[in-house]
Design a protein around this ligand. Structure first.
Ligand code: FAD
Length: 381
């Protein structure tokens, strides 16, 4: 074997947000960290998402704390690595009494959290966002804890920052094909590392396929859209979500009023649950609106995107927003890993090797906090 002398304390497989977060957490502990990425740059879920750092979607307790810790890290990284972040908060809007009931119940449940959300009148919601349609608006949930990054910018800038500030070594275009702790084969070369972290996203096929097969893990495909920059600098102010989103995030699951909202949606608009659609819109620093999304489950995601669910999303969006332009400049899909009923999949296929994946639709929200916990656990072993 060539170059049997490559050595690191921590080897990370994958330069998506989960791999980058673990590289940062380990490097902060003074570890020599090396990251291997199959592609020339990250092209996975971590650059295909909304860029929503979204504590409001997390249940209270450890997950909310993890999300708020991640947000803190995002804020400081944005300043140091010089990427744009907008700590703008978020608005959930209600046009039907059942949506309003869920929002009010949710706000009542959260009064004791550190930064509680609150209800706004239609007029106050409009002050937060000129994009909100006030026609028929019954009220809105305002939360100040959300932040928006442009994932294409942030994920591209983080490797250089980690390299320059913490000496993290990155090997792009380098596939890890085999691991037998303490050695791994990356791009045909042998490395040894005290700890190996497999943060390979929705690739269940290359490393330890038997471990994924034995779990209930699955892939989820999401369709997304982006407009051209809004004319005349139109700014939506805050990211917006309609009533469908209340059926999506675990944060709302404890609301007893959610059941009747779900039933009404299933009866009136079965195409939304059929495509796993809930509708959110954010805006990046270039003024483009990012709009999504669908959810299709299964380990062989369709490589082709469908126009029909995208039309459903845009029609729904028009029901709660007024924006100057919904001309779509780009459509794409992303795929993330999900372990049903769990917020992540962490496994030790052999001593010294830890798989961390399946943060579902919350990888941008939870990775930095989770990585600190995982690295602290490894140090404690
Ligand atoms: C459309 C969409 C919208 C989303 N919106 C949000 C959002 O707004 N907020 C939020 O919090 N979350 C969101 N998410 C979820 C979030 O994007 C994911 O949870 C997160 O990106 C997963 O990160 P990851 O590092 O596990 O995976 P990835 O980003 O896919 O990275 C895994 C990397 O590992 C590499 N790799 C795999 N195997 C190997 C190997 N053997 N050798 C070398 N490299 C390898 C891959 O090439 C890849 O770059 C969204 C996801 C999607 C798809």
């Amino acid at each position: 074997m060539e170059n049997a002398g490559h050595v690191a304390d921590i080897a990370v497989v994958g330069a998506g947000i989960v791999g980058l977060a673990h590289a940062l957490a380990a490097a902060k502990q003074g570890k020599r960290v090396v990251v291997f990425e199959r592609h020339a740059r990250c092209v996975g879920a971590s650059i295909r998402n909304f860029g929503m750092v979204w504590p409001i979607g997390q249940p209270t307790g450890p997950l909310l704390a993890r999300a708020l810790r991640s947000r803190e890290i995002w804020m400081s990284l944005a300043e140091q690595a010089r990427f744009h972040i907008n700590p703008c908060g978020s608005l959930h809007v209600a046009y039907r009494p059942d949506e309003l009931a869920v929002l009010e119940e949710f706000v009542a449940q959260r009064q004791s959290v550190k930064i509680p959300p609150r209800m706004l009148t239609a007029e106050d919601a409009r002050q937060k966002s000129p994009a909100v349609s006030t026609q028929g608006l019954l009220g809105a949930l305002w939360s100040e804890t959300e932040a928006i990054v442009d994932p294409r910018e942030a994920i591209a800038k983080l490797p250089d920052y980690l390299n320059q500030v913490y000496g993290v070594e990155f090997h792009f275009n380098t596939v890890v094909t085999d691991i037998a702790h303490p050695t791994l084969i990356a791009g045909g070369e042998q490395w040894t590392a005290e700890q190996i972290l497999v943060c390979s996203g929705a690739d269940f096929e290359t490393l330890y396929p038997e471990v994924y097969n034995a779990s209930n893990i699955t892939k989820v495909k999401l369709q997304m859209m982006r407009t051209a920059p809004q004319p005349e600098g139109f700014n939506i102010g805050v990211p917006l979500c309609g009533g469908l989103t209340l059926t999506h995030y675990a944060a709302f699951a404890d609301c007893s009023s959610l059941g009747s909202l779900k039933t009404r949606i299933e009866q009136e608009t079965p195409h939304f649950p059929q495509w796993g659609i809930h509708v959110m819109v954010s805006q990046n620093a270039s003024g483009e609106l990012i709009i999504g999304d669908t959810h299709e489950y299964g380990n062989n995601p369709d490589p082709f995107d469908r126009a029909e669910p995208n039309r459903y999303i845009l029609d729904y969006l028009k029901g709660f927003t007024n924006v100057p332009s919904l001309d779509i400049a780009e459509t794409w899909h992303g795929v993330y890993a999900k372990l049903p009923g769990k917020t992540e999949f962490i496994a030790q296929p052999e001593p010294g090797v830890t798989i961390v994946t399946a943060l579902s639709g919350a990888g941008m929200t939870l990775s930095f906090g989770l990585a600190e916990e995982v690295i602290a656990d490894l140090n404690a072993d």
